[in-house]
Design a protein around this ligand. Structure first.
Ligand code: UDP
Length: 254
């Protein structure tokens, strides 16, 4: 099979040209980075698990009417997605104080927020993804005011749905990051959810023990990163077909 043309390589994923125009293949790597690329590592099997978790969540979101880029999973590490024009803004929704919110404002990690908080970060590695307001986003034309209304409404809807989904399997959804894109179809353009939703971009705490089941295990050298991701997949009822020993993806046999 001829190798597809790579259109983009990010920290945790690669995008290839898809089989039809307007589609892309999203490949999930085992690579992990944190602290704006200063910490790098590999979490064996992460790509396989995130592919499955993101498929599961995007499918459920589609079922409740949230438009997403997900089309279908192709294999252990790849999924077919709709090609969108990515809006260069990371949307973070928070329910409990943690991470940069705690360090920035001195709010103790674990403090339950009186209401969900939506924050925006400008996607620019060279600037360290600075926090911005809606004013910056519309001023510099990264998104229009009506697009921001859509983005905020969808983000809060995703938060409500995912909070309930995770609560049902004994996990607290502390915070998460979303990315959106513009989908052009004929004369129409609409905003849809893109990227991935996985323990790489959510904070997930076990409801009883407060154990971290997310990328903070990697960020803070807590160990057991892949096991934690696997535990999330297991609770959601979606462990990979091959089981834990089949996490590396297809390999050529000699
Ligand atoms: N997040 C992400 N990508 C980023 C920055 C943050 O997926 O580039 C996620 C992160 O996993 C967490 C949430 O967004 O679930 C909030 O992250 P925070 O602002 O606390 O930043 P951090 O301290 O994790 O870098």
């Amino acid at each position: 099979m001829s190798r597809r043309k790579q259109v983009y390589e990010g920290k945790a994923k690669v995008l290839y040209e898809g089989p039809e125009p307007g589609t892309l293949v999203q490949y999930f790597k085992d690579d992990a980075t944190a602290f704006n690329n200063q910490k790098k590592g590999t979490i064996t099997g992460k790509g396989v698990i995130n592919n499955r978790i993101s498929e599961h969540i995007m499918t459920l979101l589609g079922d409740i009417g949230v438009p997403t880029h997900f089309v279908r999973r192709l294999n252990m590490r790849e999924q077919l997605v709709k090609e969108v024009e990515i809006i260069p803004v990371e949307v973070v929704v928070r329910n409990i104080a943690a991470g940069s919110l705690s360090t920035r404002l001195g709010i103790a990690e674990g403090t339950i927020l009186p209401r969900s908080l939506v924050e925006f970060f400008y996607k620019a590695d060279e600037l360290g993804d600075p926090m911005v307001t809606e004013e910056h986003i519309t001023c510099f034309g990264w998104a229009t005011p009506p697009e921001m209304d859509d983005i905020i409404a969808m983000s809060l809807r995703v938060n409500d749905f995912l909070s309930g989904l995770f609560l049902g399997v004994g996990i607290r959804l502390v915070d998460f990051k979303l990315e959106f894109g513009r989908l052009y179809q004929n004369e129409d353009m609409r905003i849809i959810l893109a990227d991935e939703i996985s323990p790489d971009n959510c904070r997930l705490w076990d409801i009883r023990t407060n154990d971290k089941l997310d990328k903070d295990r990697f960020r803070r050298d807590l160990g057991g990163v892949a096991d934690a991701y696997r535990e999330v997949a297991r609770r959601l009822g979606i462990l990979p077909e091959g089981g834990p020993r089949d996490m590396k993806g297809p390999e050529v046999m000699q």
